[in-house]
Structures are given as structure tokens and as C-alpha cells.
Design a protein around this ligand. Structure first.
Ligand SMILES: NC(=O)c1ccc[n+]([C@@H]2O[C@H](COP(=O)([O-])OP(=O)(O)OC[C@H]3O[C@@H](n4cnc5c(N)ncnc54)[C@H](O)[C@@H]3O)[C@@H](O)[C@H]2O)c1
Length: 383
């Protein structure tokens, strides 16, 4: 194919950073569709794209559907693209359970997600298409450097710790289980979890020719901002409808090694994202954000109020660890280059459907564990 033709589903935050980070050559972003006509038309007009009324209408005009819509719509769009023989890029989470948590217990949710993952796997495999799972942590330069160290030195990873936390989300539909499929665990822990599962996969392939996968998890979830004793000073987003705002996930891998992941909505001061690796021959701190390339001091917020310095900072006053190029430090550019290269060459991306399914099932096994106050729960496997 001369140029890979992309169609964006969604015209919000993720669609913007995907659009900005596609490779400059060999790709044409053809159009966009989104639930709200007004923002879709504005997004299209500002970027010279065609606005389509629906994914179905856009599919005949594209080679790749890039899904940047809220999580509850991912499954239907993956199935529609696969049925049309189109390649897929899908934002996190791959999929989830979108019923009310008051009406469904967690083991039921896990069973339903296992079935859903099976269905998606069958559809993608039958269509013979490439699916890129947009877990940008996998592509962050710090994680890719660690992957190289593990592969080239035959390292054994003994334990890892990771976190993604920041103050809520800009999305108005965040905090609603029926749209997001959960809270901090599914929406934020997915990132460092994606990185640690990826690194153990790579270690296994390098040392034994077979990925090392998550075997069991223990988790706790809490709704701190809904506690009667929480004192709201107005700085943190609160009022999540029915999702947790703090999550902790302990992962045990096939080889008995471990990882501990924390995720929360309770952190002020911009994004707090890292993964630290403790191996038998080295130790690595992977920073995603802030990466401390530039520190800017601004004595008065008003001066910088329209400047973008780093994601999710609530005030541009004082010392700021500004991010000069988030597409690089957070891996967005490398991720989209890998997906496009793999689609052209028929290769499997670094962040693929198998990794996405392991992440999703580990997270929902985490919800089952959290409902039993941290009891160890096996991570189901469908392959
Ligand atoms: N990788 C990351 O770091 C990262 C960061 C933010 C969001 N995300 C993911 O990106 C996805 C979108 O999140 P966002 O922050 O851009 O949300 P957003 O609310 O900013 O944008 C969502 C867009 O999708 C549209 N939309 C909603 N329902 C739709 C439907 N059924 N069909 C078509 N369009 C629909 C909305 O009108 C809006 O244009 C989510 O899956 C989220 O988890 C990933």
C-alpha cells in the first residue's frame, strides 16, 4: 500500500495526541468520526480531515481504524473493523465489563471479560489483520532501554514497582463504571502493568524462548474521596460516580517473581509515572513523566496560563518540570511508528493483542481479589 489511510474514532484528548504523533511520511489521516457532531466537525476542520457520521461510514475509506473513544465502545469498533478486514489501533483498555458494579459481582465480570477477550481474539485472527494495542508505556524510551538491557545481558527480573497517578481525568465520563469499566485500576494501573508484563515477556523470550506471564494477582481498591472523613479543599477531582480512586495490585509471574503496581487519582502536581526494575544483575529507574529535561520557574500563574507545560498540572506557578516533547518521553511517536511499520510488513507489534489480553485479565482478576480484600486470584488464560 502506498500510503496507509487512517480513520480516527473519537475527537478528544487521545485522538489529538495520536494525530500529532503519526509518522510524517507514508501515512494519511483521512477522516474522523465522533459521537458529538460539533467537536467532530471542529476537529476535522482544524486538521483538514473529512468528518464521517459513523465508523461504519468511514470504514470503506480507510486501511486502519484508530479507536480513541471511551472504553465501552472499544469492543464494537474492534469487531466492526475486523469484520471489514481493516487493521486496528486501539487505546487502552482493550475492553472491559460495562454493567453496573452494584448489579454484578466481580467473578461474573471476570467471566464476561474472558469471553469477550476470546471473541476479540477470534475475530482478529479470522480477519488476518494487525491489531496495535496503544499501551504507550511499552514504547517509552526508558522502557525500551530497559528491554534492551534485559535482552542483551540475560538479566532475570526479580521484582518491579510501578505507578501511574494523577488528579483524575479531564474526561467528563470518567468515574462512571458503565463507560470506563472500573476506576484507577483499569484506567491508570493498566499503564505500569503493561510495562511490567511486557518486560517479563521479553525476559522469557530472551532466556527461554517463551514469554513469562502473570500467574496470579492480589489487589486492594479504595474510594478515598467518597469517605465521609475526606476533607475536600477543592484541589483534587472528587465525586467519582461508582469507581475506585486508589488501587494496588501485586502480580506473581509464572517464575515466582513479582511486581507491585499503584494507581490513584489522589496525586497533585502533574502526572507521577514510573517503573523501577530490580534484576539479578542491574537495577533501572524508568521515568515517564516528569522526565526532568527542563525546569521552568514562573512566579505568577497568569503569565503562563495558556502555555502547555506538562500533562495534568493544575497550576502553572512555581518550579515546573516542563515536558518539551511528550510524544517522545511518553512513547506515543515510537508506538505509532511501530504500528504503521507492522501493518505494512505484516509483523506483530511490540504491544499486541496477546499483551493486551494478559493486561485486561490481570486487571479484572484484580477486581475479584479486591472484592475479597486482597485474596490471591489466578489470572485466567485464553491462549
Ligand atoms: N494512552 C494514554 O495515555 C491515554 C490518555 C488518555 C486517554 N486514553 C484512552 O483514550 C480513549 C479516549 O479517551 P479521551 O481521554 O480521549 O476521552 P475524551 O472524552 O477526551 O474523548 C472521547 C471522544 O470520543 C467521542 N465518543 C464518545 N463515545 C463515542 C462513541 N460511542 N462513538 C464515537 N465517538 C464517541 C467523544 O465525543 C470524544 O470526541 C479512552 O479509551 C482512554 O482510556 C489513553
Amino acid at each position: 500500500m502506498e500510503k496507509v489511510r487512517i480513520g480516527l474514532a473519537g475527537a478528544g484528548f487521545a485522538a489529538r495526541f495520536h494525530f500529532d504523533n503519526f509518522p510524517e511520511s507514508g501515512v494519511e489521516v483521512v477522516g474522523v468520526t465522533s459521537a458529538r457532531g460539533e467537536s467532530r466537525d471542529r476537529f476535522a476542520a482544524e486538521r483538514g480531515l473529512r468528518a464521517f457520521a459513523s465508523v461504519e461510514e468511514m470504514l470503506p475509506h480507510i486501511d486502519v481504524l484508530d479507536i480513541c473513544t471511551p472504553p465501552s465502545s472499544h469492543r464494537d469498533y474492534i469487531l466492526a473493523a475486523a469484520a471489514a478486514g481493516k487493521h486496528i489501533i486501539v487505546e487502552k483498555p482493550l475492553t472491559g465489563f460495562y454493567g453496573s458494579p452494584a448489579a454484578h459481582d466481580k467473578p461474573h465480570m471476570l467471566e464476561a471479560v474472558v469471553e469477550e477477550a476470546r471473541r476479540l481474539r477470534e475475530a482478529v485472527s479470522k480477519a488476518g489483520i494487525t491489531l496495535g494495542y496503544a499501551e504507550n508505556f511499552v514504547y517509552a524510551p526508558s522502557i525500551q532501554k530497559e528491554r534492551e538491557i534485559v535482552e542483551k545481558t540475560g538479566a532475570q527480573i526479580l521484582r518491579m514497582v510501578g505507578e501511574e497517578s494523577h488528579n483524575g481525568s479531564h474526561s467528563p465520563v470518567y468515574g462512571i463504571w458503565s463507560i470506563q469499566g472500573g476506576g484507577s485500576l483499569i484506567a491508570k494501573a493498566c499503564h505500569p502493568l503493561g510495562a511490567v508484563l511486557y518486560l517479563k515477556r521479553k525476559e522469557g523470550l530472551a532466556r527461554h524462548g517463551k514469554p513469562i506471564r502473570p500467574a496470579a494477582v492480589s489487589a486492594r481498591t479504595h474510594s478515598i474521596t467518597r469517605l465521609p472523613g475526606f476533607e475536600d479543599k477543592g484541589f483534587l477531582r472528587a465525586h467519582y460516580q461508582d469507581t475506585e480512586d486508589y488501587a494496588f495490585l501485586h502480580v506473581v509471574f509464572d517464575d515466582g517473581m513479582v511486581a507491585d503496581i499503584t494507581a490513584s487519582e489522589l496525586v497533585l502536581g502533574g502526572i507521577y509515572d514510573f517503573v523501577e526494575v530490580f534484576a539479578n544483575n542491574h537495577r533501572t529507574r524508568c521515568r515517564m513523566s516528569p522526565v526532568q529535561v527542563v525546569d521552568v520557574y514562573n512566579p505568577k500563574h497568569e503569565q503562563f496560563k495558556d502555555l502547555y507545560l506538562v500533562e495534568k498540572l493544575s497550576s502553572n506557578e512555581g518550579w515546573i518540570p516542563a515536558s518539551p516533547e511528550e510524544g517522545w518521553s511518553l512513547g506515543y511517536g515510537r508506538e505509532l511508528r511501530d504500528f504503521i511499520g507492522c501493518i505494512r510488513a505484516g509483523r506483530t507489534p511490540q504491544s499486541d493483542l496477546d499483551l493486551a489480553i494478559d493486561i485486561t485479565l490481570a486487571l479484572y482478576a484484580g477486581y475479584v481479589s479486591a472484592a475479597q480484600l486482597g485474596r490471591e486470584t489466578a489470572v485466567p488464560r485464553i491462549s
